[in-house]
Design a protein around this ligand. Structure first.
Ligand code: PMP
Length: 461
């Protein structure tokens, strides 16, 4: 299923609007040495990225070095919640760099204290202890470690199973991939730990039974009892297709976990910091989990992540035993503090909610127009358009690939995640996007979709 872009430059229609500018062939001939160097020196696993060589990015727009300008629907990969290249974040980063403290592990710093305090302040009870890490995967690994430690402590060694969901993506490290629910991604592990069990995610599309009873039935079928479960972990929305679980399901899950002393972990690596139209994604469910994983949009820039949780759980490991070299790197902390202040001060969660409404209206209208759109999901400024063979639920990754390519050639940047046959087109612009840009980019996307479908029908005729 691996797809790669053709690197032979082709003429594409020129575009010039106040927001988008395409003035070269595509890929840009002058960019080929960069793309070729990446092909030569990086593993092929890094291929498949659209061949747009970023030079500069600002707000919701991305520029290359050859005069082209895109409306960005990727936010990097859901990183730049506060917008690309925000002056306040740049100043925080450079200010911290000029203060001549670039790293200080294993000693404390004032800025690390400020960031963990700020994150705890913004989190509801009982999420009051924060551990800073570098990547989303590390927060997931840490959550697994804490769940198992907790389970074994309260229920003995048998209480160690981590229940997660089919099609989930939690990262690419060993534990995170075992918690993930995409079989192809973990074939390499060979001896999968039987203490990781997945059940269907109640997305309403592939899993039509979205009742909590079905969750219990599936556990039963897999021979797992509550007394064996240390934690249940899920993405607040599934990253691949932006699917949320029903609110009633999540409330029942919360209650069931509490009743059986099972930790509930929400992976908000994508859903945090305003993305879904509320500051935290779990607010949509009216619940508070025991542990939350954050990454990506926490800083809108430099690599930093955090796990926040119940103090009794976060304190399970003794001093010096749950640490990481780059924890609380001062420059990354400065970036995170600045980004969080922008998200709060500019009420970007509210902008995500309002712009998301407009985006989702436009996408729902497209769904009515195209039988090739099986499903549109998401909330706020995350959406996924699932391409299918008309009249079926069969993913059509080739169509998604073609639509993404055509959209990029029209000046709108986006990507389709791994999993689901590459058939889900993800839409996740920076939360500072404007109404004008939402309207213009959805129009370009619809044109691209129509062209891809027409070409396919023409080829079949
Ligand atoms: N969890 C989720 C929901 C993610 O989307 C990702 C990354 N796409 C991760 C975890 C892993 O984060 P990272 O790539 O920073 O390790």
């Amino acid at each position: 299923m691996a797809r790669e872009y053709d690197l032979t430059p082709r003429p594409v229609p020129r575009i010039e609007t106040p927001l988008r500018r395409i003035v070269t062939d595509f890929p840009v001939p002058e960019s080929l040495p960069v793309l070729e160097a990446l092909h030569r020196w990086e593993p092929q696993s890094m291929r498949g990225q659209p061949p747009v060589v970023w030079e500069r990015a600002e707000g919701f727009q991305v520029y290359d070095a050859w005069g082209n300008r895109w409306i960005d629907w990727s936010s990097g990969v859901l990183i730049t919640n506060a917008g690309h290249g925000r002056r306040e974040i740049i100043e925080a980063i450079t200010g911290q760099a000029h203060a001549q403290l670039l790293t200080n592990y294993c000693f404390p710093s004032r800025i690390r204290a400020r960031l963990v305090e700020r994150l705890a302040e913004l989190s509801p009870e009982p999420l009051k202890k924060v551990f800073l890490l570098t990547t989303g995967s590390e927060t997931v690994e840490c959550a697994i470690k804490l769940c198992r430690t907790y389970g074994v402590k309260v229920g003995g060694r048998a209480k160690h199973v981590i229940v997660s969901f089919e099609n989930a993506f939690h990262g690419r490290t060993l534990g995170a991939q075992q918690a993930g629910g995409i079989p192809a991604l973990k074939e390499w592990i060979v001896n999968l730990d039987p203490g990781f069990v997945q059940v269907p995610f109640p997305d309403g599309f592939r899993t039509t039974d979205t009742s909590f009873d079905y969750f219990l039935e599936c556990l039963d079928e897999r021979g797992v009892e509550p007394a064996n479960i240390a934690g249940v972990m899920l993405e607040t929305y599934q990253g691949g297709n932006a699917a949320f679980a029903p609110r009633a399901y999540m409330q029942a899950l919360r209650e069931w976990c509490s009743g059986h002393d099972i930790l509930l972990v929400l992976d908000e690596v994508q859903a945090g910091f305003g993305r879904t139209g509320t500051l935290w994604g779990f607010e949509h469910y009216g619940i508070v989990p025991d542990l939350v994983c954050w990454g990506k949009g926490i800083s809108s820039s430099l690599p930093i992540s955090a796990i926040v949780g119940r103090p009794d759980v976060m304190d399970l490991h003794p001093p010096g035993s749950m640490t990481s070299t780059h924890t609380g790197n001062p420059v990354c902390c400065a970036a995170a503090l600045a980004s969080i202040e922008l998200v709060i001060r500019e009420n970007l969660a509210e902008n995500a909610r309002r712009m998301g409404e407009l985006l989702h209206q436009r996408l729902q209208a497209m769904k009515l127009r195209f039988a090739e759109i099986g499903w549109v999901d998401g909330k706020g400024l995350v959406a996924a358009v699932m391409c299918v063979k008309p009249g079926t639920k069969e993913p059509d990754g080739d169509l998604a690939w073609d639509v993404v390519r055509r959209s990029i050639e029209k000046g709108v940047l986006m990507f389709s995640p791994v999993g689901l046959g590459g058939a889900s087109i993800k839409i996740c612009p920076p939360l500072v996007i404007t109404e004008e840009a939402v309207l213009e980019s959805t129009e370009a996307f619809e044109e691209a979709f129509a062209e891809a479908v027409a070409q396919r029908k023409g080829a079949a005729a």
